[in-house]
Design a protein. Structure first.
Length: 160
């Protein structure tokens, strides 16, 4: 179950990316910020510290909180609107016989209507920025499939 959740998380995070941050120096609400302000603040390297997740699938519901150590999962937003997601594969989830591989995804990012838009290999996803400051980012990503009675949601906490 944990491997499935981690794999699903990686796919969702790569396809959809969600994140928001908060800083003591800047208490401005994201909804009050311009796209240019958000873009300026988001540039840099962000370390995932916590994932609050929930899902419902085939009548089964579950939720939890996963903690991450520094370097395990990183998002890098560059000034040229390129984006890199790095995951340390500590459990050999790619089945290559090696632990601690670095799995990297690249794409492009933009800010539209105070949301983070990520594109990766033709897939485009929207991540809701809940909080963004100089040193903290909180984002939410989720997907709902009402016909199948399925949904998932992740609230991701990042720090610089």
């Amino acid at each position: 179950m944990k491997t499935m959740k981690k794999t699903a998380f990686s796919v969702c995070a790569t396809a959809l990316l969600l994140f928001s941050a908060c800083s003591k120096d800047e208490d401005k609400d994201v909804s009050e910020m311009s796209s240019a302000e958000i873009s300026s603040m988001i540039v840099g390297t962000w370390q995932l510290t916590q994932d609050e997740w929930s899902y419902q699938m085939e009548g089964e519901k579950d939720s939890g909180v996963d903690k991450f150590y520094e370097g395990e999962y990183t998002w890098i937003f560059n000034n040229d609107n390129t984006w890199i997601s790095r995951t340390l594969d500590i459990d050999d989830e790619d089945n290559d016989g090696e632990d601690n591989d670095i799995i990297e995804y690249t794409g492009r990012w933009s800010i539209e209507n105070n949301a983070l838009i990520i594109s990766d290999n033709g897939e485009v996803g929207e991540v809701v920025i809940e909080k963004l400051t100089k040193n903290e980012l909180i984002v939410t990503v989720g997907e709902s499939y009402p016909d199948d009675d399925e949904y998932y949601s992740d609230r991701l906490y990042f720090k610089r």
